[in-house]
Write a protein that binds this ligand. Sequence first.
Ligand SMILES: Cc1ncc(COP(=O)(O)O)c(C=O)c1O
Length: 422
Amino acid sequence: MRIESERILFEDVPATAIAECYGTPTYVYEENRIRTNFRRALAAFRNDYPNFRFFYAVKACNNPAIAHILRQEGAGIDAASVNEIRLAAEIGLGGEDVMFSGNFLSDDDIRQGLQSGVIFNLDDISLLPRVLAHGRPDLICFRVNPGYGKSNVGEYVTNAGPKAKFGLHPDQVIEAYRLARDAGISRFGAHMMPGSCITDSEYFGFITGLLMDIIGKAVRELGIRFEFIDLGGGLGIPYRPDESPLDIEAAASRVAAVFKEKVREYGLEPPRLMMEPARYFVGDAGYIVGRVHAIKDGYARIIGTDVGMNVLARPAMYGAYHHIYVDGREGEPRASMGLCGQVCENTDYWVRDRPLPMGTTVGDLVVVENAGAYGYTMSYQYNGRLRPAEVLVNGERHMLIRERETFEDMVRGAHVPDYLRE
Ligand SMILES: Cc1ncc(COP(=O)(O)O)c(C=O)c1O
């Protein structure tokens, strides 16, 4: 996104053109930004460890067009559910190009996961016998909770450590791989996902060391070989204007240095190194274009927009910050005010006391930044406020990649027993 003569543009498409063609609220993604983000990260990690691959955690933004962009760049898919495995298949990825990192799986999830031939990343030791009851995969991966996690929004998305629901306790790791080996499984991977949106490059080296120590001990004890180590996601982006971006090259160097040192220390045959980020690729490439519909002056000035908590859940869910621009007014003097959506919940009053342009008025367009990850995929229909459209821009081109929901979508699948109609 850029601002030219006060007007907001996504690549070369003005925000006004998006609003005119597709209405508001609408999610907009910049294709070239996604590709640039991916290429920069891949170059950084491959520079330090050539045998490196990214899997894209499609939960962050599951629009098939976006997933295709990342597939074209060479990413595999990290799937959280059977439906995400199906989405990967829709874009032509299956087998070992897909990592199935579900948690608390049902038997049906296990059956369908096995049928699809993807890599099983088991979140608990108790899952192994359940998987084996349905079939024996060649390759198995366990998600390890190395006892430490971190996030930019507190405990909400701290995915490891004693308070997290994810992953095996380090004390269970040797037993888990022993059971797998003794069951005749011969190929192994290891995974962790301890942090979310981390912009401190040192952190990535630190967690690599934690996992490698756990894995190194398993190798010594069991004599197995690890084909790959997956360090999860967590590559952060700055959300607040005063935050510094992650130094991705420094993060990659730290990871590679620790990884190589641990490979030496434990005498491992060097495994493939993987990560499965999402936010770093798509987070800052996505925006929401919304419109101001009403302004209330009471206890405070509140700008009422159509970007509610149902459109962007993160602020109401995690207290997350998202920067907001007002088209045509960024150069104006500012005053502290609030901003909300149209949903009947006070958590929908998701901006309090923010310096916004004083002249902001009904009909103006607002643009919410950093909405590409965990934006549309977390949207919902509460209050009959339906999910927005999604649009991809590339240079001067803009393309609808998901239609705005309609009333028919809201009632699809509902059934009313006849007697209730009397
Ligand atoms: C298992 C797993 N892998 C990868 C990711 C992607 O994380 P991020 O967007 O922070 O890179 C997530 C996000 O929740 C996840 O749960």
